[in-house]
Design a protein around this ligand. Sequence first.
Ligand code: ADP
Length: 238
Amino acid sequence: MKNSIQDEFISTVSHEMRTPLTSIRGFSQTLLSSWDRIDDENKKKFIKIIEEQSNRLINLVENILTVSKANAGNIVMKKVFINASIKSILPMFQEQYKTHKIVFNPQKDLPAARLDDDKFQQIMTNLIDNGCKYSPQGENVGITTESKGECIIVKVKDNGVGIKAEDAEKLFKKFSRIENHLTSKTQGNGLGLYITKQLVESMNGEITFESEENKGSTFIVKFPIYNEEEVLKCSQKS
Ligand code: ADP
């Protein structure tokens, strides 16, 4: 990161940390100073807030570590069969997102892609996480893979709140969250898609989305097919 970007990043991060920290300190102080005067129901409510805000901080720290790792450029590009890669993390998703059904429809005999497998799995995790966060419980989140021209295409589709055309620009910006009736209910810090885009682009890929408000969204990620002789590029049109 260049220095000015880094400064801006640090000041935004500090700001993002202050809100949960202030809340944790405030509720702990209240509990400590007025323990005997607070009824059990309120004690539980305050402790729940402390837990939620701690989770928010952990999430933020994890995301910041990912940003710095993504920026550090320690990417190992290899021949990766992404159907197998997705299959290997599918049980984890199914365990983690019990509120939704994660459905995987791979293209048979999909050629290998050229990418870093760990980073690819992180991209998938972010997109599936969003698919679950921004769609009602009980809905499907679908993953498909296909090859077209020199590209491998992975799609993550949900049937959720969707994204308004005017919000499209904000989506991949860091710390930008878009208001919808589910954002207020879900944990998030607006870093997921920023990191995802950085990761995709650092591996010569491209990320786009299609969405209709209240009908759902599909995030489309493209990576070059693996080729022994040369590093292929995915063209915009493919
Ligand atoms: P976060 O989820 O932490 O807010 P992201 O960077 O992952 O951050 O997403 C930024 C914003 O984009 C979210 O706040 C949400 O409003 C919107 N968004 C992301 N994924 C989806 C999706 N699948 N459906 C609808 N809105 C989405």
